[in-house]
Design a protein around this ligand. Structure first.
Ligand SMILES: Cc1ncc(C[n+]2csc(CCOP(=O)(O)OP(=O)(O)O)c2C)c(N)n1
Ligand code: SF4
Ligand SMILES: [Mg+2]
Length: 271
């Protein structure tokens, strides 16, 4: 759009309410929230989309999204989304979940929704910690990473290894689109938006379970500045969590037989 000599290249998405984000400076949640509503707006899904919000820093989504939002108990997002989608298959239903939410307390719900091939989308925000409750270790916390519950760094002998959700879920025949992206630099943000749009399209086409894992900075709990946090994702986090498409049923038949054997389609490093 052009107004006089001024070309408008960006404006606030209509589906983002006029509210101030409560997120800390440099947090990735705000970027991810904006991308989701941009995609919904561009796909004209305002009336059809239903979001299931988590317990975690993303819990106040109803303050920001101009769509229907339901709050779920901690970790139960994929189960709640399953119920809504089964009752209202005509709607686009997605859960928004942190790594504590999906990969710790909600492991069973997420894993089995993926295994059943529920036709829902999970937006999975991996910031390597329990952000909201003060930066405790999450299943995704890197080895040697200092958190409030691993003050000497995560030690695999007592605290296990970082859980890689895309890799784990890619073993499940019911999961048909899995991609890991990041929001630490402009090109990565563009890719993240494309991945969210692709996941929503996947659901609208009835192709089964889709999940977009997004590496997202939490500067406050990482004890890094916003810029350092973005660099840390590239230099450290991406080594443990390589970006890329882990599964994509593509044009294949979305029947269970057509869903299997598509793992590790296109896995890339960060840069
Ligand atoms: C049943 C239950 N157990 C524990 C909590 C406390 N709690 C709230 S959010 C949270 C962790 C959130 O971490 P994550 O899902 O990674 O989201 P983030 O804040 O990092 O985005 C926990 C343990 C809760 N709300 N409900
Ligand atoms: S604690 Fe971390 S995840 Fe939560 S709002 Fe602050 S920066 Fe974001
Ligand atoms: Mg987290």
């Amino acid at each position: 759009m052009t107004t006089g000599a001024t070309k408008v290249v960006y404006q606030r998405p209509k589906l983002l309410k006029e509210a101030h984000f409560h997120y800390c400076p440099g947090c990735g949640h705000g970027i991810i929230n904006r991308l989701i509503v941009e995609v919904l707006e561009e796909m004209d899904l305002q009336e059809d989309a239903i979001c299931v919000a988590p317990a975690g820093c993303g819990m106040l989504l109803y303050n920001y999204f101009e769509i229907d939002v339901l709050e779920s108990a901690h970790g139960r997002g994929a189960a709640v989304a399953t119920g809504i989608k089964r009752a209202r298959p005509q709607n686009l239903v997605f859960s928004y979940q942190g790594d504590g939410d999906l990969a710790a307390i909600g492991t069973a719900e997420g894993f089995h929704a993926a295994n059943r091939g529920e036709n829902i989308t999970v937006i999975f925000v991996n910031n390597g910690v329990y952000g909201m409750t003060g930066g405790q270790m999450a299943p995704t916390t890197l080895l040697d990473m200092v958190t409030t519950t691993t003050p000497a760094g995560r030690n695999s002998r007592v605290a296990g290894h970082p859980v890689r959700i895309c890799e784990v879920f890619s073993q499940l025949d019911g999961a048909t689109y899995l991609e890991r992206v990041a929001v630490n630099k402009p090109a990565a943000v563009v890719k993240t938006k494309k991945a969210i749009a692709k996941a929503f399209r996947h659901q609208l086409d009835g192709r089964g379970f889709s999940l977009v894992e997004i590496l997202s900075p939490c500067p406050v709990n990482w004890k890094l500045g916003p810029l350092e946090s973005c660099k840390w994702i590239d230099e450290v986090m991406c080594k443990q969590f390589p970006l890329g498409v882990y599964k994509d049923s593509g044009d294949d038949d979305a029947s269970p037989a057509g869903r299997s054997g598509q793992t590790g389609a296109e896995v890339k490093s960060c840069s």
